[in-house]
Design a protein around this ligand. Structure first.
Ligand code: ADP
Ligand code: TYD
Length: 205
């Protein structure tokens, strides 16, 4: 049997990581073989690329360089982890995937959706999530939550305007992929959101 590929998307600080861990626990308790992974990252090589991308000292990084590095990290991740895990019948839960590039680089950095999709066509090699949970939270609340966690990375350091474009970008993407992207009200409590996600996953499984 083929596995299931689930991605989590949304602004920084939306609560994705918190919910992913809870979902992993829930699915493991039900006996599913779960692979938890993240982008940028998820493999030894991709994690090294992550460090370069998020390093605050790389403040003069060209936006195209940034987009290509995310795609390079993704190419390794897809080929080394995601494809094989799905083929082995596992449930892959990924903290961000190509939608993040479309929104952050395509819309946030103004490279354009088409350009970013074209770059990533090579990286994803036909591999797309079966379902994507999009966490809806205001940019201000996301930043507030994240700032409680300590030091910010290069992307989180961006001005509020950038995060507002990201928020709008996700709305645009949601309207474009209604069959795949499911919106989650991320301003609810941690428990309420977990219940919501459990229900949606049970429907899929
Ligand atoms: N529903 C929620 N309500 C309030 N705070 C939350 C909620 N979900 C997560 N948090 C807190 O917000 C911060 C960011 O959460 P995190 O899961 O790391 O978000 P993300 O992975 O989307 O950046 C953490 O300190 C976390 O404990
Ligand atoms: C995967 C991906 C992430 N990003 C950004 C989103 C985040 O700001 C950062 C990854 O940081 P991370 O700490 O993993 O995300 P979060 O703050 O949601 O927990 O990289 C892109 O700009 N493009 C991409 O393709």
């Amino acid at each position: 049997m083929k596995g299931l590929f689930i991605s989590f998307e949304g602004p920084d600080g939306a609560g994705k990581t918190t919910q992913i861990k809870m979902l992993e626990e829930y699915l493991k308790n039900k006996g599913y073989d779960v692979v938890l992974t993240r982008e940028p990252g998820g493999t030894y090589i991709s994690e090294q690329i992550r460090k370069v991308i998020l390093d605050v000292s790389n403040e003069n990084m060209n936006y195209m360089t940034e987009a290509l590095l995310y795609a390079a990290s993704r190419a390794q991740h897809v080929s080394e982890v995601i494809k094989s895990s799905i083929d082995e019948g596992k449930i892959v839960i990924c903290d961000r995937f190509v939608d993040s590039s479309v929104v952050y680089q395509g819309i946030g950095r103004n490279l354009g959706i088409d350009t970013v999709e074209a770059i990533n066509k090579f990286a994803i090699d036909g591999c797309m999530p079966h379902v994507t949970f999009l966490f809806k939270i205001s940019p201000e609340e996301g930043i507030r939550r994240k700032s409680k966690q300590g030091e910010k990375d290069r992307l989180e350091n961006e001005k509020i305007d950038f995060h507002k474009r990201v928020y709008k970008g996700y709305e645009e993407l949601r309207d474009k992929h209604v069959d795949r992207i499911q919106e989650i009200d991320a301003e609810k409590t941690i428990e309420e959101i977990h219940e919501d996600i459990k229900k949606r996953i049970d429907d899929i499984l």
